[in-house]
Design a binder for this molecule. Sequence first.
Ligand code: RNT
Ligand code: ZN
Length: 418
Amino acid sequence: MNTLEKAFEYAKETFARKGVDVMEALRKLETIPLSLHAWQGDDVTGFDNPTHALTGGCQVTGNYPGRARTAQELRQDLDQVMALLPGPHRVNLQAHEVDCVLPGQDRDALEERNFAQWLQWAKERRLGLDLAPAYYSHPKLDHGLSLSHPDPEIRNFWIRHGQACRRIGANFGKVLGTPCVCNVWVPDGFKDTPADRTAPRMRLLDSLDKTFQEPLPESQVLDAVESKLFGIGAESCTVGSHDFYLTYAARNRKLICLDSGHFHPTESVADKLSSLCCQQGRILLHVSRGVRWDSDHVLALNDELLAIAHECVHCCTPQDIHIALDYFDASINRIAAWVIGARNLRKALLIALLEPALAVQEEQKWDFTGRLAAQEAAKTLPWGIVWDAYCQQKGIPSDDAFMAEIRNYEKQVLSLRG
Ligand code: RNT
Ligand code: ZN
C-alpha cells in the first residue's frame, strides 16, 4: 500500500470507531449533483448582445483575462472545470448565454434552436441542464422593473421571455431525462423609498401566474422563484422579497430559491432549510459567499458553507433540495474560481456526511456539555485524508495538483482570448 492508501485505512478505522462508515458516506456523496453556474465564465455577460452592460443590480468586479466570449468558449471552459471536480454535476445557464440569436429575435421569442449546441453538449456528457430567464441587461428592464413594470407591454415582453424559457427547459428535461430547474429571479426594486410597495407586488404576482400558467410536467421542468434583499440601485426595496416568494412558492408548489448572499449578513440561510423541508420542502440553493454585501465571492470552506452542507445532508431529503452555485469573480482566473468553489462545496458535503452521531445523541440526553465536546472533536477528524483518497479514486487531481492544470489551460487557451 502507498502512503495515501495506508492513511485512508487509518481514516476509515478512525471514523468507524465513531460509528461512521466512510465508504457509505462516499457513496452518498456521489448521489448529490452540484449545478455549476455557467455565468462565472462569461461574467454574466451572455452572448445575445455583448454590448449590453450588466444591469439588474449585480456587480462583477475584476478584469482577469480570458473571459468566455461565446457559448463554445464557455463549454470549453466548463469541460476543463469538470475535469478537475469529483462527483456528479449539472450545468446552469442564464437565458442570454445562447448559442445563437435568430434574425430579428429578441428574448421574448427564444426557442430550442437558440440552445441546440448546449443540449447536444450536455447529452454527450450525460449532464442535466438548468436554465434561468435573464430579466436584466436588456433595454426592457426599465426604471429597474421587469415583471412588475406598470407598462403592460413591458410586463408582457418579460412574461413571454419566462414562458419561452420554461418551454426550452422542459425540452432540456425531456431530452436529458432529468428535470430542468427553471429559476425566476427578477431584479425589480427601488433605489430609494418607494411610495407604493403594494402595486408592483400585485403586478409581479399577476405576471408570475401568467409566466407559470402553461402546465409543464415536473419530470421535465421544476419552477423556482428566487428572493433577494437588495441590489445595486435597488437598495431600498426589492419587489420580490423573501416574504413575497416564500409565500408564492408555498401557495403554488414552486421551489423557493435561497441565495446565501441574499439575506442580512448575520442571517443564517442554513437555519432556514429544516423549517422549509419539514413543510413545503423543495428548495433550490444558490450557494454564494457575501463579503459585507451580496458580493458573490468564490465559496470558501467556512462556517456558513459547513452549516449549509450539514443541513442539506442531515435535515433534508435529496429530492427536496437542489444545490447550485452562484457567484462571479472576474478578479481571478475564472476556471480556478469555479474549481475552488465547487471543490469546497463538495468538501463541505463530505464533512457533513462523515459527521458522527454523537452530538445528536448527547443532545437527546440533554447533555449539552457532551454535545459541545462532540461538535468540537468532530472538527479534527481526518476528513482531509478521505477527500484525498476520494479524488484519487475518481482520477481527479489533488488539492495541490489542480492549479498546475489550470495554469496550463490559461497558457494554452485563456491567454489567447486577449
Ligand atoms: C442575483 C441572483 C441571481 C443571479 C443570476 C445571475 O443576485 O443571485 O441568481 O446571480 O441570475
Ligand atoms: Zn442567485
